[in-house]
Design a protein around this ligand. Structure first.
Ligand code: HEC
Length: 111
C-alpha cells in the first residue's frame, strides 16, 4: 500500500507548511484590540463611506503600505488629527491595521 503512505506523508507536509506559514507571519506587537477601538473613535469618523475622506479599512492597504503611511504620517492631510494621540495609541492603531492588512493572514474590513 505504497500509495496510501505517500498520501499521508503529503498531508503531513501540507500541515507543516500551514503551521510554519502562520507562525512566521509578520505581526505587530501593539494592542490591536485597543487599536481597533481607537481607530473607530479617531479615524473612521472621516475615513468612512459618506465621510470627508477616502474609505479606509485594514484591508485597504498592504502591510508595507501601512508601515509607510505611518512612517510618513506628518505629511498626511489629516496629520493634525494624529497629534491628539499618544505614540502608544498610534502603535496600537498600526497593529490593528497591519495585522489585518490586505496581504496579512487575516485581512479585515473595519466593520
Ligand atoms: C477630520 C477628518 C480625518 C480624520 C479624523 C482622519 N483623517 Fe486621515 N485623511 C483625511 C483626509 C481629508 C485625507 C486626504 C485623502 C483623502 O481625502 O482621503 C486623509 C488621508 C489619510 C491617509 C492617506 C490615504 C491614502 O492612501 O492616500 C491615511 C493612511 C490616513 N488618512 C489615515 C488616518 C488615520 C490612521 C487616522 C486616525 C489616527 C485618520 N486618518 C484620521 C481626513 C481625516
Amino acid at each position: 500500500m505504497m500509495h496510501k503512505k505517500m498520501l499521508i506523508l503529503l498531508a503531513i507536509i501540507c500541515f507543516l507548511f500551514v503551521v510554519v506559514g502562520t507562525g512566521l507571519a509578520e505581526q505587530k506587537k501593539g494592542n490591536e484590540k485597543k487599536g481597533k477601538y481607537l481607530y473607530r473613535k479617531n479615524c473612521r469618523t472621516c475615513h468612512i463611506d459618506g465621510g470627508s475622506a477616502m474609505v479606509l479599512s485594514p484591508n485597504t492597504k498592504t502591510q508595507a503600505q501601512w508601515d509607510r503611511a505611518f512612517q510618513k504620517r506628518e505629511r498626511l492631510k489629516c496629520a493634525d488629527e494624529w497629534d491628539k494621540l499618544s505614540d502608544k495609541d498610534i502603535e496600537d492603531i498600526l497593529s490593528y491595521l497591519y495585522n489585518h492588512a490586505f496581504d496579512s493572514p487575516t485581512p479585515a474590513t473595519c466593520g
